[in-house]
Design a protein. Structure first.
Length: 371
């Protein structure tokens, strides 16, 4: 029986009350206001957030506390958005190299019934279980090196295995990463998935696109974001990253930290791959000309164009119409990340143009699976 997918909204004031209390506990600070930091606490937090870019050692209590108040909530929001793209709610979830287990918590909030976090750092695991428990979600934790797959302290098959912002720390070599992911895919139930999430930085993004190509050659299919299952077209161009961008209504703490640290970020940006086991097909309908919109409208010498990546590789999309009829009205509301179907476009060397005869349909919004 399929689990009904709940509508998930993060109660940021409640969550930050818990995070602020935990921040003070980790740093052995005196009691302050429940819903905000005192000025000296906030300055200390901003200093440690900036320090994370140079030293990401979460065994350090001060750095861990900064991670939990700044990066962890953003990863939780990313996880909740990405969980909506999985065709069925995963019942049993494992997060590897979990840190504070934001993706495991996102799965539990999205309807999963069991979630396990695995990491080598006992301090961060304790923070993860404490915070999830106080937020009302039972998270299990295992202190273990994820690379030692044969000795994992968990048994059985999984509906979802997540590696979020940890793959490079587990294995830095691309071939070892590929073999590791193949091992993870073998631990899934037939309809399960492996979810990889990381930074949108260009070097990280291209590394993941290269890893994607290695996995595709091994017969692994990509459920999202890719519609195209061949070699990644973005890698053919050195200045063509392919990352995901999601809207984000920032809670007050993240907004204040970014202002103080002069961090310019108005959305959730990330690189991600949602992978099916070899032999399993994505849920994309067969026989349709589907494309993922991979850019906002961009001014080109041909006029405004969206970049697409789909069943026959990379294309550009524009229109000949100033007013769209019903069959192509969806073009007026197009967003980066949407999946669209196109019938009867005017095609000129990979440039698709919508005309009066074109049928243009939104098959899935940017944060939903293709049905």
């Amino acid at each position: 029986m399929k689990t009904k997918r709940p509508s998930v909204q993060i109660d940021w004031p409640e969550l930050y009350t818990l995070l602020i209390a935990h921040f003070r506990q980790l740093n052995k600070l005196t009691i302050g206001p429940l819903d905000r930091l005192q000025t000296r606490e906030f300055r200390f937090l901003v200093e440690k957030v900036l320090a994370l870019s140079e030293n990401y050692d979460l065994t350090d209590r001060e750095l861990l506390s900064a991670y939990l108040l700044y990066e962890w909530p953003q990863h939780l929001a990313q996880g909740i958005s990405l969980m909506q793209e999985i065709p069925e709610v995963p019942a049993r979830v494992l997060e590897l190299g979990s840190g504070g287990a934001p993706f495991a918590l996102a799965a539990l909030m999205s309807g999963s019934t069991e979630a396990v976090a695995m990491d080598t750092n006992p301090l961060v695991l304790k923070s993860a279980t404490d915070l999830c428990g106080r937020f009302g979600y039972p998270l299990s934790a295992r202190e273990h090196d994820a690379r030692l797959i044969k000795d994992w302290p968990v048994e059985g098959k999984w509906d979802l295995i997540v590696v979020g912002y940890a793959l490079k720390e587990i294995f830095s070599d691309a071939t070892k990463q590929k073999n590791f992911i193949l091992s993870l895919l073998s631990k899934l139930n037939p309809s399960g998935h492996v979810l990889l999430v990381d930074s949108s930085a260009t070097d990280v993004n291209r590394q993941y696109l290269g890893l994607r190509d290695l996995l595709v050659k091994e017969g692994v299919r990509v459920q999202a974001p890719c519609i195209w299952q061949g070699a990644c077209p973005a890698l053919a161009h050195t200045s063509s990253p392919c990352f995901t961008q999601r809207p984000f209504e920032k809670p007050f703490m993240i907004n204040d930290i970014q202002k103080a640290a002069k961090i310019n970020s108005n959305s959730l940006k990330m690189t991600y791959l949602l992978l099916c086991p070899p032999g399993e097909k994505p849920t994309h309908p067969e026989g349709e000309r589907l494309y993922r919109v991979v850019s906002p409208p961009i001014d080109t010498f041909k006029g405004p164009r969206h970049f697409l990546c789909g069943v026959d590789g990379k294309k550009t999309l524009g229109t000949r119409l100033k007013v769209h009829p019903k069959q192509s009205k969806a073009y007026d509301y197009l967003k980066k990340g949407d999946v669209v179907a196109i019938k009867n476009p005017v095609e000129l060397e990979g440039d698709l143009l919508i005309s009066e005869e074109t049928e243009f349909t939104l098959k899935a919004p940017f944060d939903k699976p293709v049905k």
